[in-house]
Design a binder for this molecule. Structure first.
Ligand SMILES: Cc1ncc(COP(=O)(O)O)c(C=O)c1O
Length: 452
């Protein structure tokens, strides 16, 4: 821990022990358990015993239930959920058609390796929403599994090895996918064999241009002895800050990929299912994907993911053998019911269209209101996938103080390096969005987190 980290930790501890939502600090002691509220004890226990306390790292909030785009604590503190579990909760929190459908399926049949109507019905509906060449889907439980399968399929199909990925990309944390994710301390750079990372052109002064990126991919392909198997891209980067690339880039990237004989893998794990205003953003932006990976919002929080490809691609490889792409929980009837209910609500309630209309109005409002705040560099995004770039180093430990300032404004927001990620449930109302704008402005302008 650096001196600055230490000072921040002390500051946060000092603040939270005196606040109503108090936490006793970084370590869990018996005394802490008896002296503090039940909520604070839960935060302490998680910090010590689970996943290095990721949730606790982001503040001492213990949630009880949700209602649309709002989540509520045991003390009835209400937060507008602008993060929605990185976009997982796409149709909103709380009971409704989704929970009824999941409960009904749980009562009927949870697991099956045989055909079920709920699974086949979902496959048919899903395939009707993607470009017709993508006529084959395989289900998994996590996004990493889907991306991992996509890369294995591309390597098998092309009989090549190299994969191009982009700076600040996120594709997973498994042994197969962490080499594709932008290097952070927990990835092992030396394990990134046959992965070539290029810039992601967003049109800012410091970054690269689309032309340079395309040239670099071409040069890499020509110099690589192993040949380019795939280009993997999030059509709009999620963890990288909800950032779209410069207009036209995805279409020219597609042309280059076709010319080089590589497969284009569009990782739509965050962008899919209406978040950007289109059911899937790749076709809308001219990215002709050979494989699309899906997850997150697909099951409104139920763990389900998938890989869409063409049956020709799958059929030309050993992955056509039964079981070659199977996964223990992938596509079980319960997961299919969750995904089908989510899709029913997205399509039935026109949530993609709402994301486009409400998202563009909100983007304009945010750009206007936040432009006066010195720490804000820019606001960008598409639909209800909006990012705010901050004038701070991407690895600044001070973002923990910003996390606190946002919670104090009753907002849950993704803070990702020098970016804020705003990706609420698509059911967020314009009134909630406007309240969130004012609260965001107050948090960003609050003294004490950005300076010193
Ligand atoms: C674009 C993208 N791809 C893949 C993944 C990995 O998904 P999972 O965490 O479900 O393995 C993520 C997770 O955040 C993601 O954002």
């Amino acid at each position: 821990m650096t001196r600055e980290d230490f000072a921040i930790e002390r500051h946060l501890r000092g603040q939270t022990t005196t606040s109503a939502r108090s936490s006793s600090g970084a370590s869990c002691s018996r005394a802490a358990l008896t002296m503090t509220s039940k909520a604070a004890s839960l935060v302490d226990l998680e910090r010590v015993h689970s996943g290095h306390g990721l949730a606790a790292h982001h503040g001492d909030v213990v949630l009880e239930y949700g209602d649309g785009a709002v989540v509520v604590t045991a003390d009835e503190d209400r937060y507008i959920d602008l993060f929605a579990g990185a976009g997982r909760c796409i149709i909103g929190h709380g009971p409704g058609r989704f929970s009824e459908a999941v409960a009904a399926q749980a009562n009927r049949l949870v697991v099956s390796r045989h055909t079920t109507a709920v699974a086949v019905g979902y496959v048919e509906r899903l395939l009707s929403l993607v470009p017709s060449e993508l006529d084959h889907v395989t289900f998994f439980s996590t996004g990493s599994e889907a991306v991992d399968a996509a890369v294995r399929l591309a390597r098998a199909f092309t009989a090549r090895e190299d994969v191009v990925v982009f700076e600040r990309a996120f594709h997973g944390r498994t042994a197969g996918t962490s080499p594709l994710t932008h290097p952070v301390p927990w990835t092992r750079p030396h394990a990134c064999t046959n992965v070539h990372r290029v810039g992601y052109p967003v049109g800012d002064k410091e970054g690269t241009t689309a032309e340079n990126v395309l040239l670099e991919i071409r040069r890499h392909h020509e110099e690589s002895g192993l040949g380019l198997a795939a280009i993997v891209i999030e059509p709009i980067q999620g963890t990288g800050g909800n950032r779209p690339p410069v207009p036209g880039f995805l279409a020219t990237l597609s042309d280059l990929c076709t010319e080089l004989g590589a497969l284009m893998i569009a990782d739509e794990i965050v962008t899919g299912f209406g978040r950007t205003g289109a059911m899937f953003v790749s076709p809308d932006e001219g990215l002709r994907a050979d494989i699309i990976t899906i997850g997150k919002g697909m099951g409104n929080g139920f763990p389900i993911s998938g890989m869409l490809a063409s049956s020709n691609t799958v059929g030309a490889t050993s992955f056509s053998m039964p079981g070659a792409l199977s996964s223990t929980f992938g596509g079980n009837p319960l997961a299919m019911a969750a995904a089908a209910a989510t899709l029913d609500v997205i399509v039935g309630d026109g949530l993609a269209e709402a994301a486009l209309t409400n998202g563009s109005a909100w983007l304009s409002e945010l750009s206007l209101v936040l432009s006066d705040i010195p720490v804000v560099t820019s606001v960008h995004g598409r639909g209800l996938m909006i990012g705010v770039k901050l004038r701070i180093p991407p690895d600044s430990p001070r973002t923990r103080l910003l996390d606190r300032a946002l919670l104090d404004q009753n907002l849950l927001v993704g803070v990702s390096g020098d970016m804020l990620r705003i990706n609420p449930p698509l059911t967020i109302t314009p009134e909630q969005a406007s309240r969130a704008t004012a609260a965001l402005a107050a948090a960003l302008a609050s003294p004490g987190w950005a300076e010193s």
